[in-house]
Design a protein around this ligand. Structure first.
Ligand SMILES: Nc1ncnc2c1ncn2[C@@H]1O[C@H](COP(=O)(O)OP(=O)(O)O)[C@@H](O)[C@H]1O
Ligand SMILES: [Mg+2]
Length: 365
């Protein structure tokens, strides 16, 4: 493995069409060795197709794919040194846990003792000790998932492709497996290309996220960057909820600028990330950043509002506010006391947007 150049997988201008449908549209992406990268996006955006192109189950119409600087575009799957974990774990029903896990190694006709040792090691890594003799139908969903993982890592592929591997699990187990999978990936230093449509899962697990939309990569970046600095309305909305405002820049004053919303409401925003020629902007504010108070606060961007809807979510309440000028605003409020809620439907409140929490998503001159 050549790590000097820092690229394990390179996708160069890859397009894949099915009839009139362009499933993957001119995608380029460089994946680093040992990184956990996630292809995130809504159903039908091309995630699975891109993964299948990497695995070698599909051939691109145009573009190339390199693994470790070798052109693999036209190599069959078994010559690519990748392994894939599918959504349906695809275990052999007639083989027990040990034999399912060892299947790949046996196919390679490795010497017996080495195979046995590797199987033992893999079983230990995925915490399946004691279940070696069980058959798939005697295992829970999470255990089956771990067998599939062990089977994939035992051949020590350079790259592991995972297509929504946790989607069949219930919420609690899914959460546990997310952490386990991440731990495993770090421990083994493997390169993971992980597919999910679940933004929370992507944010929890990934080093970087490639956000996909209609066959293209909409935005590529570290999780923090994608969440806090979405560059398109799609990105802002897909990665957690966002309050989006279309506005015109109507004034500048040193480090701040004034943005006027369609309805006439004016917001003071930071001009730090605002291009000097920007006139029309798309602004985003996360619901968790909307400040709510029962008393009037003397600060910029504070507006009178009414709570139109309130949804209990355990530790948090999700609120839909409507400002006095009629602008809907999603907000979150912590439920600090179990005895009494802080806010109720119909309450009159003041809401505020701190200027550092107003993100410029798009700017046009
Ligand atoms: N074998 C195929 N034949 C025809 N269309 C396909 C095929 N595979 C995928 N598509 C289409 O390509 C698009 C992307 O699909 P897919 O990669 O499965 O998306 P995702 O995994 O993000 O849900 C979809 O519009 C889908 O209908
Ligand atoms: Mg898919």
């Amino acid at each position: 493995m050549n790590e000097t150049n820092g690229t394990m997988v390179e996708i160069r201008g890859v397009t894949k069409r099915f009839g009139s449908c362009t499933a993957v549209d001119d995608v380029s992406l460089a994946i680093r060795p040992g990184e956990f990268i996630t292809l995130l996006g809504p159903s039908g955006c091309g995630k699975t197709t891109l993964l299948r192109l990497l695995a070698g189950f599909e051939t691109p119409d145009t573009g190339e794919i390199f693994f470790d600087h070798n052109d693999v575009t036209h190599l069959p799957p078994y010559r690519r040194n990748v392994n894939q974990v599918f959504q349906s774990y695809a275990l052999f029903p007639h083989l027990n846990v040990r034999d399912n896990i060892g299947f790949g190694l046996r196919m390679q006709r490795r010497p017996g003792p080495e195979t046995e040792e590797r199987i033992r090691e893999a079983i230990q890594i995925v915490s399946l000790i004691g279940l070696e003799d069980r058959f798939p139908d005697q295992l829970s969903g999470g255990q089956r998932q771990r067998v599939a993982l062990a089977r994939a890592i035992i051949c020590r592929p350079k790259v592991l492709l995972l297509d929504e591997p946790l989607s069949a699990l219930d919420a609690k187990l899914r959460r546990a497996m997310q952490l386990e999978l991440k731990r495993l990936q770090r421990m083994l230093g493997l390169t993971f290309v992980f597919v999910t449509h679940d933004q929370e899962e992507a944010l929890t697990m990934s080093d970087r996220i490639a956000l996909m939309n209609r066959g293209r990569i909409e935005q590529l970046g570290e999780t923090y960057e994608l969440y806090h600095k979405p560059r398109t309305a799609f990105a802002a909305d897909f990665l957690g909820q966002a309050n989006l405002f279309q506005a015109d820049i109507v004034g500048r004053n040193g480090t701040t600028a004034t943005a006027r919303l369609r309805d006439g409401l004016e917001l003071t925003i930071s001009s730090a990330e605002l291009p000097s020629e920007a006139r029309s902007v798309l602004l985003s504010v996360r619901p968790g950043k909307v400040f709510i108070s029962k008393r009037k606060v003397a600060a910029a961007n504070v507006f009178g509002a009414r709570i139109k809807e309130e949804i209990f979510q355990g530790a948090m309440d999700q609120l839909l506010l409507v400002t006095d000028m009629g602008i809907p605003l999603h907000a979150l409020a912590a439920n600090e006391s179990a005895m009494e809620k802080a806010f109720h439907e119909g309450d009159r409140v003041y809401c505020g947007l701190h200027l550092d929490d107003i993100v410029v998503v798009q700017a046009e001159s």
